[in-house]
Design a binder for this molecule. Structure first.
Ligand code: FPP
Length: 277
C-alpha cells in the first residue's frame, strides 16, 4: 500500500515547508464553524457538517503527505450532546457514513485510526464501525488519526484523578510517585505526544474544553475560515506560521537548540504562493 503523493504546485508547497523548518509532529484541530458556513449559504446546519467531512479528507491526506505523525480532530465534544436531538442524531449518522466511506482509503494511505473520549456513549453501530476500522488499521505506520468523540479535557482529567485515587487507596500508587509524566500516562492520550500545534477555525479564541493538560506548550493558530472552507492551503499557512515561532518552553532563546526558525520574508513569500493553490 502506498501513500497518494501530492503533485504540481501542491507538491512544491509541501517541499518548501519541509525544507524551511520543522513540521509539527502532532497537530490538533478544533473544527469549528460548520453551522455558520451553512447559514451563510442559506443551508441547514447539517450541510456544513457534510462539507466538513470533505475538509477532514483533505487535511488528513495533506498531513500524511507532509509526514505529520499525529493528527487529533475534535469531532464531537461532551458538551455537543446538549445540541438539539435531531442535530446529534444527524451527526452520528454522518460519522457512521464517513467511517464506512473512508476506511478503505484511509487504510490504503497507511493511516492508523484511534479514538479518545467516552466511546461507550456513542450509538452502538457507530462504536462497532469505529472499533472495526481501528482494528483494521492497527498495523499501519503512516499518520495516526485520533478522533476525539464524546471527549472533553475535563472528562479526561476527572477519569485520571479517579483512577489515581483508587490506586492510591489500594496501595498501588504512592503520592510521591505522582509527576507530570505519571499524570500524562493516566490520560486517554497516553500513547501520543502532546500537540505541537493547535489550530482552531472560524476565528474563535477558545480552547473549549479540548486537550486541557496536553496543550500546555502547544502553539496556537486561529484561522478565520469556517471548517468546511478550511483546506490544505490553510493548513500550509498555519504550519508556515508555526515554523516562524520560537518555542521556548519557559527557557530563553539561547538555551534552545533547534532547526533555525523560518524568517518572516520566507513566510510572506510562502503565503503568496499558497494563495495560488
Ligand atoms: C463544529 O461546528 C463542528 C462539529 C461540532 C462537528 C464536526 C464534525 C464534522 C466535521 C463531521 C464529521 C467528522 C469526522 C471526523 C468524519 P459548529 O456546528 O459548532 O459550527 P457553528 O459554531 O458555526 O455553529
Amino acid at each position: 500500500m502506498a501513500l497518494e503523493k501530492a503533485t504540481g504546485l501542491d507538491k512544491k508547497l509541501q517541499d518548501r515547508l519541509l525544507e524551511n523548518g520543522e513540521i509539527p509532529k502532532h497537530i490538533a484541530i478544533i473544527m469549528d464553524g460548520n453551522g455558520r458556513w451553512a447559514k451563510r449559504r442559506g443551508l441547514p446546519r447539517i450541510a456544513g457538517h457534510h462539507e466538513g467531512v470533505n475538509s477532514v479528507r483533505d487535511i488528513v491526506e495533506a498531513c500524511g503527505q507532509l509526514g505529520v505523525k499525529f493528527l487529533t480532530l475534535y469531532a464531537f465534544s461532551t458538551e455537543n450532546w446538549k445540541r438539539p436531538k435531531d442535530e446529534v442524531s444527524m451527526l452520528m449518522r454522518l460519522l457512521l457514513k464517513a467511517l464506512r466511506d473512508e476506511r478503505d482509503r484511509l487504510h490504503q494511505n497507511e493511516v492508523r485510526l484511534r479514538a479518545i473520549g467516552d466511546i461507550a456513549a456513542l450509538p452502538q453501530d457507530v462504536q462497532d464501525e469505529l472499533l472495526d476500522a481501528i482494528e483494521m488499521m492497527r498495523h499501519n505506520n503512516g499518520l495516526t488519526l485520533i478522533l476525539a468523540l464524546s471527549y472533553s479535557g475535563r472528562w479526561d482529567l476527572l477519569n485520571a484523578m479517579k483512577r489515581m485515587h483508587d490506586e492510591i487507596k489500594q496501595g498501588a500508587l504512592l503520592k510521591e510517585e505522582i509527576s507530570e509524566q505519571l499524570v500524562s500516562s493516566y490520560l486517554s492520550t497516553k500513547e501520543f505526544p502532546d500537540p505541537d500545534l493547535l489550530i482552531r477555525t472560524s476565528g474563535e479564541y477558545r480552547i473549549s474544553n479540548f486537550l486541557l493538560w496536553q496543550l500546555a506548550y502547544s502553539e496556537l493558530v486561529i484561522s478565520e475560515d469556517f471548517w468546511p472552507s478550511f483546506r490544505r492551503k490553510h493548513l500550509y499557512s498555519a504550519i508556515a506560521d508555526f515554523q516562524k515561532r520560537e518555542r521556548r518552553f519557559g527557557m530563553v532563546s539561547e538555551q534552545i537548540r533547534k532547526t533555525p526558525r523560518a524568517g518572516s520574508v520566507y513566510v510572506e513569500r510562502f503565503l503568496k504562493s499558497v494563495a495560488k493553490l
